[in-house]
Design a protein around this ligand. Structure first.
Ligand code: GLY
Ligand code: MN
Ligand code: MN
Length: 477
């Protein structure tokens, strides 16, 4: 596979120690005076018997320190106006390291991860006890790790101080990506885009969903990605109407569409791409009509992705195009072609439903609206988590409209899903699921499409899939 346009993970963009130091300083600055903040690692999780899932550090700890190992925790203190950061890590242990890999240990933690002091993890309980005693305010969030929660809770019960949610500060910071973070995310997006193009080039009737999955994931790994950012969805034909289909075991059929929602994580940062294309390389007329409608809706939503707008504006732009298109095709009625009309119809239905339930009558059918065929949101934030954090969603922490600002990153991913047994839909449209998804970064003037490297126009997709000199997977020749 030709991946010469990519660079390996050894030379790709990365965070560095000084950037983490600046983040840690910024975080400490946002804490109340005389407070401490505690951020803890994710636990390791068993996959089978004595075998664990590949370890992934908590995104919050990764964000502040870059420290990758389990059973670690960070205490940041600004008590008395003096900022300190203490990292708790697993100790060097040659016998264990022979089995599970080299640890940084306290020396490595102190040298490479910007902490003033490092301790072994078993010293956490004592340290948290004295830190809480000195502080006026404590920042913590229960729920990330039962192991650390139990230790914190014991101290907390004995010595309560006003408790603040540490995520409210951290997630507000994480919402705005720095130039280096954007470089890393762009790199992740380029690798994922190359994987999608490779899947388009190689896909043919007779190949299987898992073979396409293997192609995608090999391009991720080949280019130094950490792995997948989420479980790959490779859904042929009617499988595409299952939003989170990850079984990926079926054979791909001539005449079907293939929906691929797959992307890599690179140096902790996610990308997230969906493309839908014909297994044979040529859209049928009904497929093309629906595909173009989803694409027009996605392009309208991307145009609405600019400073000053909010994610609701992006979603509404996508829905407006979809509603009009569905009404034109006769799939929804004219009285639900506007958002107001749709709301009226759903409100009436909710009232009728409640009444019928109360009186024991037959329940009414839900009215056919855009929601019948497009049942998810258009966007989510993206960053260290694929469904990234960002307090307040479309509202900021003060409850004000969350305006889009430079450095914010999110997906735009409208879709339409028509089940093969859905009698509300003309036969020609049944068994078709389409989603088109790109990653967007807001800039001063508008936006940047991080995932622009993978085509989505009908003619370009057909051209990529039509070049006869590639060996297609399992294709009959
Ligand atoms: N791949 C998960 C999502 O699109 O939200
Ligand atoms: Mn997504
Ligand atoms: Mn996705």
């Amino acid at each position: 596979m030709d991946t010469s346009h990519l660079v390996s993970s050894l030379t790709g963009p990365a965070m560095d120690k000084s950037l983490y130091a600046a983040r840690l300083a910024e975080f400490a600055l946002r804490l109340k005076p005389n407070s401490i903040a505690v951020v803890v690692s994710n636990p390791e999780r068993t996959r089978s018997n004595d075998t664990e899932f590949e370890y992934r550090q908590s995104s919050d700890l990764l964000y502040l320190t870059g420290f990758p190992e389990p059973e670690s925790a960070l205490i940041v203190s600004n008590v008395g106006g003096k900022v300190t950061s203490h990292l708790f890590v697993l100790p060097k242990d040659r016998k264990r390291e022979v089995w599970t890999g080299i640890r940084h240990g306290i020396e490595g933690a102190r040298k490479n991860f910007n902490c003033d002091k490092a301790f072994t993890s078993d010293q956490f309980a004592t340290a948290i006890d004295s830190a809480v005693a000195r502080a006026e305010t404590v920042y913590y969030k229960f729920g990330a790790s039962a192991h650390f929660d139990a230790q914190f809770d014991k101290v907390w019960k004995a010595n309560q101080k006003p408790l603040e949610n540490v995520e409210e500060i951290l997630h507000e910071m994480r919402l705005f990506k720095s130039p280096r973070e954007l470089e890393i995310m762009r790199h992740a997006a380029r690798i994922s885009a190359a994987a999608h193009v490779e899947a388009m080039r190689l896909c043919a009737p007779g190949s299987t969903e898992y073979q396409v999955e293997a192609v995608l994931e090999s391009v991720f790994r080949f280019n130094g990605a950490d792995g997948t950012a989420y479980n790959s969805i490779v859904a042929g034909g009617n499988n595409a109407v299952i939003l989170h289909y990850t079984t990926n075991r079926d054979r791909l059929k001539d005449g079907d569409l293939l929906l691929i929602d797959a992307a890599c994580e690179y140096r902790g940062y996610a990308s997230d791409i969906t493309r839908t294309f014909p297994v044979s390389g040529k859209f049928s007329e009904p497929q093309r009509i629906l595909y173009q409608l989803v694409l027009d809706s996605q392009l309208a939503a991307i145009r609405a992705s600019k400073p000053g707008n909010c994610l609701d504006d992006v979603h509404n732009a996508a829905c407006r195009v979809l509603r009009q298109g569905l009404a034109k095709l006769g799939l929804i009625s004219r009285d639900v072609v506007t958002l107001a009309g749709e709301r009226r119809a759903l409100k009436r239905y909710a009232a009728d439903h409640a009444l019928a339930k109360k009186s024991g009558k037959a329940l009414p059918d839900e009215p056919i609206t855009l929601r019948s065929f497009y049942m998810h949101g258009t966007s989510h934030w993206i960053g260290l988590d694929v469904h990234d954090v960002g307090t307040g969603g479309t509202r900021d922490p003060r409850g004000k409209k969350r305006e889009l600002k430079p450095g914010m990153c999110f997906t735009v991913e409208p879709g339409l899903y028509f089940d093969k047994n859905d009698k509300r839909v003309p036969k020609q449209f049944r068994g078709i699921g389409i989603r088109i998804e790109d990653d967007i970064a807001i800039t001063e003037k508008g936006h940047d499409v991080l995932t622009a490297g993978v085509p989505k126009a009908v003619d370009i997709i057909e051209r990529i899939m039509d070049h006869g000199n590639v060996i297609r997977m399992n294709a009959k020749r």
